[in-house]
Design a protein around this ligand. Structure first.
Ligand code: TQI
Ligand code: ZN
Ligand code: ZN
Length: 169
């Protein structure tokens, strides 16, 4: 079953659109940005929320960046595997990914030559769940289940993920 964060934080009642922006220092490609757009679209499909990219990093509701090691928020990244990314409960909006991972942006992660390959969209869908207020789920098929193996892709929302997000929004 899905869980919520303590105190059930969510984006304010009446929120129709959330903006997101990419850390300018990362200089991300359109391909990478497209993966995040696809991940947001999966949650938009099952709620009335809309997600829109904005150029203004500090003005955005959700701020996405790739960082390595200690990056100033007290939660350092740890290199390949281990922690892949972290995102915080509403309405914090911080969405950080470990730049040291072997991120797979396009193509089939299950066929990657790298044993350490991690599917970017899978992690993005999971972290967006946290950004919207979902904790972890006990349902193994759920995107919000707290483990994923490297070289696995899990991007389709399970019934449990949908029930959780529709409870909140
Ligand atoms: N990052 C953890 C996660 O997102 C960070 C975390 C641990 C966390 N406990 C939390 C975030 C409680 C919010 C609330 O779960 S991770 C997965 C998964 C990670 C893990 O790098 O370990 C995914 C990132 F679920 F598959 F294991 C993405 Cl998909
Ligand atoms: Zn961080
Ligand atoms: Zn998680």
């Amino acid at each position: 079953h899905f869980t919520l964060f303590p105190g059930m934080p969510r984006w304010p009642e009446g929120t129709q659109e959330l903006t997101y922006a990419f850390f300018p220092g990362n200089g991300l490609s359109d391909a990478v940005k497209g993966v995040f757009a696809a991940a947001f679209a999966r949650w938009a499909e099952v709620t009335s929320l809309k997600f829109r990219e904005t150029a203004s990093y500090f003005g955005a509701d959700i701020r996405i960046g790739f960082f390595s090691g200690d990056h100033g928020d007290g939660e350092p990244f740890d290199g390949s595997l281990g922690t892949l990314a972290h995102a915080f409960s509403p309405t914090n909006g911080r969405f950080h990914l470990d730049a040291a991972e072997d991120w797979v942006v396009s193509g089939d992660v299950t066929r990657s030559a790298l044993p350490t390959a991690v599917d970017l969209e899978s992690v993005a869908v999971h972290e967006i769940g946290h950004l919207l207020g979902l904790g972890h789920s006990s349902v193994e098929e759920a995107v919000m289940f707290p483990t994923i193996s490297s070289r696995k892709k899990k991007v389709v929302l399970a019934r449990d993920d949908i029930e959780g997000i529709q409870f909140l929004y």
